[in-house]
Design a protein around this ligand. Sequence first.
Ligand code: C2E
Ligand code: CA
Ligand code: CA
Length: 574
Amino acid sequence: MLQINNSSELQYFLDVLDLIGQSTDDYLYFYDLDRDYYAISERATRAFALKDSRFYNASSVLGNLFYPDDAEYVLKDIEQIHKGIRKEHNIEYRWLDKYGNPVWICCRGSVIQKEDHPAYLVGVITELGKQNRIDKITGLYNSGVLRDRITFMSEVGESLAGLMIIGIDNFKGINDWHGSSAGDEILYKTARFIECAINDAVGNAGQVFRLDGDMFAIFTMAPEITGNSDGFKKIYKDIRSRVDAYMEESSYRCFYTISAGSAIFNIASTTADNAIMRGKFALHCAKLAGKNNYVAYNEEVHNEYIKKLDIQEELRRSINNGFEGFEIYYQPIVNPATNTLYGAEALLRWNSSKYGFISPALTIPILESSGLIIPLGKWITLTAARQCAKWRETYPDFRMNINLSFVQLLKSDVLRDMVDKIDEVGVPHDNIVFEVTESGQLESNKYTRSVLGGFSDSNFKLAIDDFGTGYSNLRYVKDMMFGLIKIDRLFIQNIDENEYNYMLVKHVTDLAHSLNLKVCMEGVETSKELKTVMSLKPDCIQGYYYDKPLCRNDFECRYMHYNSLVKTVITDDL
Ligand code: C2E
Ligand code: CA
Ligand code: CA
């Protein structure tokens, strides 16, 4: 039988209890029923609404710690222990954590008799569900607890709350490159930096959580943050300087940066999911803006994004619905030397049943980022190739220019797809010109180089589109088997008045010709522009001066009935 006879024996007993308590996740406690004195593992003060780990007046302090709904039931159990009716204590109920949220615990204990009455209760408190609530790597509460906390606080009433989501940039790369234990160390350190930063700013009024992967969250209702548009920004900067200092200390052994997104919201009218979604969206924007960055949530930007996602779903639906609403328009390309039709560029049009007509300037990037350009690209090629076959009956040399996106070059077996579609229709390969927008990636990516080589070997013609707007180097254009360069409209606009553009286009054209490359001037709109451009002897011209892109019917009416000059009026103008 355990005997505690004096205060030094009690002290010794409590020290032993503390020591054992360090090697378990549970909390060990000792309750001196006679003196109403309570002692519990020190760690409990960090988890529960307890100031000290040892205190007198235990029944009243514990009474305040119990979740109000459970208090009566627990106090009754303790009363029965006092009276000696019960010798064991084994109940599950809720304590309040230090933020006032209920936490389910299991409290087990045995009574120790002294002489003939129950004198002590000694036992263990286990946090139920703790395993599922605490992140093992960082020791922080996880997203489930964050959700509970936001939901719990929403019942308090109208009040502003703030959430900042912090992400480690390129975390996957760190894991791949330095190993997962280096990744874990960075997570652990970052968790501490975030804790210190929020603690310095608002003390206990801000809590840190670990979300999935490389993400952390700070939740606070402190007015210093929620009432100040720069509040979270300052905390982000503070965390960043702690990360920087750590990098320096560790001699940049493992370099990383962080990004963050924040949202301030009314806790009463925002669900936990919605608040987290806003924070994550702001983080997404920070990463899009180049990482190592902080962005505050903006509703308009979010609505735009939602609309884009919706457009993406509409595009997917249309594609799966037999390419409903899609149409190809054709813009004539003219050979100015003979004033005859050289061919046409196939341009995508989409008339959505939900949004009406949407410009390709908006749909193409969505089609590219979603990968939908792959199935649609095959349909575009098939449709344009069929049209080319038909129009070749009038113009045997008719060239159909088809745009190929960089994503198509990267993601699919694009050459085989294109050959299949074109051979299905029976158009000679050299009547098809594939236009590729110039980009530095074309040159640096070995895979796309070899894909383009395959196109050229299969006798397709290749054109570099929008020349001058991106990475412009005629030598690489030549090396990459392009036979035609299309000079962007930007340089043609007002070329009759803009000396600089004129000289630029002249030099590029001369140089291209000396390299045996053909030149197409895009976006010629006025007769003055045409006249200037003609003096540079381009091989072909495309622009509103001749026609806007036309639907199949209009193109046929305008160009297929007479094998005639395109627009005789030009010659009169010149
Ligand atoms: P792009 O390939 O540079 O196509 C030429 C664009 O310039 C077309 O815009 C055309 O209507 C416009 N344009 C032609 N002449 C003039 C002119 O004189 N003045 C003015 N202001 N504009 C002129 P559109 O049809 O809106 O297409 C925009 C872009 O969308 C295209 O630029 C191309 O990058 C992309 N795109 C269109 N269709 C397809 C497609 O089937 N596949 C792919 N991958 N991209 C496409
Ligand atoms: Ca084009
Ligand atoms: Ca172009």
